[in-house]
Design a protein around this ligand. Structure first.
Ligand SMILES: NC(=O)c1ccc[n+]([C@@H]2O[C@H](COP(=O)([O-])OP(=O)(O)OC[C@H]3O[C@@H](n4cnc5c(N)ncnc54)[C@H](OP(=O)(O)O)[C@@H]3O)[C@@H](O)[C@H]2O)c1
Length: 334
């Protein structure tokens, strides 16, 4: 399966529902993660991705969810080194499925970028995923670049640009069939242009009816960058359950979640959804037996309130842990 074949046809299952595997990365990182979780829990700041959906039950359900996805012909899986052992579980779940039937995305974590260990990180991913190639390799976040007002702005190379040179090397070796980025805004993509020989083929960013990211979507479409929309359902936020959305769903005899995923597809995006419940996955199995009209698409676009469920990468200080105290970044979102 190639990247260009997915457009308009596929949705992706997001695997970020796992607690880190016990001692998976060694005892010290595990203890640190464990303490961090307790701290987040006590501060009631566990709303971000790995706090909200990663529960013991969800972790246990990753393998059944992936198996149900394959049965439902959803064969695109979004993973990362940062998803607490999800790569290993994904590999276990896909053990009996021919490799060419699946499209596997994984990402280079922030720490590996800072340490200049992109290649090592990728090697670990291949090992955990039990494969010799990935279909799409992404930089997880645009770490780190000087702000425009910083005097280093004109002459220092952002960490992500250095990481990108290794990504290009991996791409040329054939071990990643495509390379791209995640959480890159226009400013990051424009900056990357100065250093790249191969431009990103995909950008994965937060996008849902409450935050449609019009400019970034248009930029990607103009530059031939395939958009993967994460938090594509915005966790079915109750603001999406309004009369207008219900009317569209009723007109097609579908659920609002199905309508939203279809809206992404018709807008040329590949939506990534998350669930810890295998039974929900069959609901999303066939989304090609109906089409939304132009006015319905426009109505869903008009739900936009620029609400962000995840931090805006333009305002993150990547030298700090962006997930601790992440709530404050929300106030800086457009
Ligand atoms: N690149 C990045 O930086 C980045 C950041 C965030 C996410 N992601 C990727 O995107 C994936 C999905 O993100 P997400 O989990 O925020 O997406 P999401 O699909 O918008 O939200 C998932 C949440 O929605 C709930 N849900 C799903 N279908 C529902 C329905 N029909 N009715 C009510 N609730 C429903 C799920 O609960 P149940 O478990 O109860 O179904 C789950 O808590 C992640 O796993 C990850 O792969 C990437």
């Amino acid at each position: 399966m190639e990247l260009k074949e997915l457009r308009g046809r596929s949705i992706a299952f997001g695997t970020n529902i796992t607690l880190p595997l016990l001692f998976h990365n060694g005892a010290v990182p595990f203890a640190k993660t464990f303490l961090r979780r307790i701290k987040l829990h006590m501060k009631k700041e566990s709303k971000a991705d790995w706090g909200k959906t990663a529960t013991l039950k969800a972790t246990d359900n990753l393998i059944p969810c992936v198996r149900q996805a394959v049965k439902s012909e959803i064969c695109v899986f979004d993973c990362s080194r940062a998803y607490g052992g999800a790569e290993q579980r994904l590999a276990r779940a896909l053990r009996d499925i021919p490799r060419e039937k699946c499209f596997i995305i994984t990402k280079i974590d922030d720490q590996s970028q800072f340490l200049g260990k992109v290649e090592e990180c990728f090697e670990k991913s291949l090992k955990q995923l039990n494969t010799d190639y990935v279909d799409l390799l992404l930089l997880h976040w645009p770490v780190d670049y000087p702000k425009q007002e910083d005097e280093r702005f004109n002459d220092s190379v952002p960490v992500f640009a250095r990481s990108w040179k290794t990504m290009e090397k991996i791409y040329r070796s054939g071990r990643a069939k495509a390379i791209g980025v995640a959480n890159f805004n226009i400013v990051h993509l424009e900056l990357l242009k100065k250093y790249a020989d191969v431009m990103p083929m995909a950008d994965e960013f937060e996008c849902h009816p409450l935050c449609i990211r019009k400019d970034l979507n248009e930029y990607c479409s103009k530059h031939n960058i395939q958009v993967f929309a994460y938090a594509s359902l915005c966790s079915m936020d109750r603001r999406l359950l309004n009369e207008n959305m219900k009317k569209i769903a009723a007109a097609h005899d579908k659920t609002i979640a199905q309508i939203i995923l279809r809206w992404h597809m018709q807008r040329g995006r590949i939506p990534i959804f998350g669930t810890s419940r295998p039974e929900r996955i069959s609901e999303y199995a066939n989304l090609t037996d109906f089409s939304l009209t132009d006015s319905e698409l426009a109505e869903i676009d008009s739900q936009n309130i620029n609400y962000r469920a995840f931090p805006d990468s333009e305002h993150c200080d990547f030298t700090k842990d962006i997930w601790l105290g992440w709530e404050k970044y929300k106030n800086w979102c457009p």
